[in-house]
Design a protein around this ligand. Structure first.
Ligand SMILES: Cc1cc2nc3c(=O)[nH]c(=O)nc-3n(C[C@H](O)[C@H](O)[C@H](O)COP(=O)(O)OP(=O)(O)OC[C@H]3O[C@@H](n4cnc5c(N)ncnc54)[C@H](O)[C@@H]3O)c2cc1C
Ligand code: FES
Length: 373
């Protein structure tokens, strides 16, 4: 009987091994696209790579890091590149992230393009400055019940230069049942004058891969890789009024932007910062911005609670963060002097903020945002 069980197990394992070998041979034959040339920025760089893998990961192996936030699952829409050669129509997975102008320009999701033929792409020159850094976790602090401040010391290279508002990709090591690294985007919340230590504000997403790691497994002294700096969310030159709106961990880039502006004494007629949460429990870093308001006469900090609890004893603005802003329009904020607006947070917050700002007369081209999708 035991001999029979042993024989059946042995036979099953043997069949599985043979099938796996056949599948890998078929895969190698069917998916053998040979060498592929990637032409970047009209001949500025030419790479010869093995075909068959997505453009995003292939470029990453060549140390050209296209921004991404979902690890290639076609859920963030961040990994866009302009393809200048003909590689066929957009895939259904790409279309939800493309507006008409982007479709026309053949902007594509680099994680969805499998390299099967030579390809030409245009990428911003700034991408060539993106590097992979080894870092050490030097502090983890609870800012509120679901948000942590994470500080990473750069080890190699040991210093970075970035624009306030830019983000880094944090490389989460395999853990639990996950056998592969996970890469997610996080805005840098420290100022660029701190070149050796980067700070992040990371909110726990229920069952989220990266945030569960950060909130339950990450520890001081641990080494973590990051890829940085990335993104084009930064303050544009102007001296008129600037409005910033965020919710949740959307505070991260504004902490960098606003403290950098104060440090450099950037001139603006006024700088308004609206930050929203549900109840007082969701708020953090309030004293920090209240202190900044006292030191910097042009700066106004307006925290807004959607539905404060009676025990919150809340004296500030209530309602949606967008209502907090519109309540000031035409009164404390002279709309004729409004130059630009900067938004950060969930897609819902961004869309609602764009709506009130364009209704207030601000041109859509003057509204800059990072969607934490
Ligand atoms: C440019 C950029 C900058 C970002 N900066 C920050 C930052 O500074 N701080 C920060 O905390 N996050 C930031 N994010 C979001 C971050 O990149 C991750 O998407 C987020 O932390 C979730 O990752 P995860 O691996 O934990 O969840 P995943 O495993 O990717 O997702 C798990 C599930 O949760 C859903 N989900 C994903 N994100 C959210 C969300 N925010 N709310 C509700 N459900 C969600 C997914 O659809 C999925 O079903 C930024 C994103 C972008 C694109
Ligand atoms: S990495 Fe391509 S859509 Fe997220």
């Amino acid at each position: 009987m035991i001999a029979d069980i042993f024989f059946v197990s042995f036979l099953t394992a043997g069949i599985s091994a043979v099938l796996a070998a056949i599948i890998s041979v078929i895969d190698a034959i069917v998916n053998n696209y040979g060498d592929i040339t990637i032409d970047i920025n009209s001949g500025k760089k030419q790479l010869v790579v093995k075909g068959g893998s997505p453009l995003l990961s292939t470029l990453g192996k060549e140390k050209i890091y296209i921004p991404s936030s979902c690890g290639g699952r076609a859920t963030c829409g961040v990994c866009k590149v302009k393809v200048t050669s003909n590689i066929g129509p957009h895939l259904p997975t790409e279309l939800p992230f493309m507006n008409d102008e982007e479709k026309e320009m053949n902007i594509r999701l680099s994680c969805q393009i499998k390299l099967k033929q030579d390809i030409s792409i245009d990428v911003p020159e700034s991408l060539f400055a993106v590097q992979r850094f080894k870092t050490e976790v030097i502090s983890l602090k609870n800012l509120c019940y679901d948000t942590k401040e994470v500080r990473l010391k750069l080890l190699e290279p040991n210093s970075i230069s970035f624009k306030p508002g830019q983000f880094a990709q944090i490389v989460i090591p395999p853990y639990g049942k996950l056998k592969e690294q996970t890469i997610r985007a996080y805005s840098i919340s420290s100022q660029p004058s701190h070149r050796n230590v980067l700070e992040f504000i990371i909110r726990q997403v229920p069952e989220g891969i990266a945030t569960t790691y950060v909130h339950t497994k990450m520890h001081e002294g641990e080494q973590i890789d990051i890829i940085a700096p990335m993104g084009d969310f930064y303050v544009h030159d102007n001296t008129d009024i600037m409005i910033c709106i965020s919710g949740g961990s959307g505070m991260a880039p504004f902490k960098s932007i606003l403290f950098d502006m104060f440090e450099k004494q950037i001139e603006r007629k006024a700088v308004w910062y609206f930050h929203g949460g549900n109840t007082l429990r969701d708020m953090y870093n309030m004293e920090l911005f209240q202190e900044l308001e006292k030191k910097w006469p042009i700066f106004h900090f307006a925290p807004v609670l959607f539905k404060p609890n009676p025990q919150d004893n809340w004296q500030g603005e209530t309602g949606l963060v967008t209502e907090g802003a519109t309540n000031k329009f035409g009164k404390e904020i002279n709309l004729a002097e409004l130059a630009d607006a900067y938004l950060c947070g969930s897609p819902g917050l961004i869309d609602a903020s764009i709506k009130i700002l364009t209704q207030a007369g601000l041109d859509a081209s003057k509204i800059y945002y990072d969607k934490f999708a």
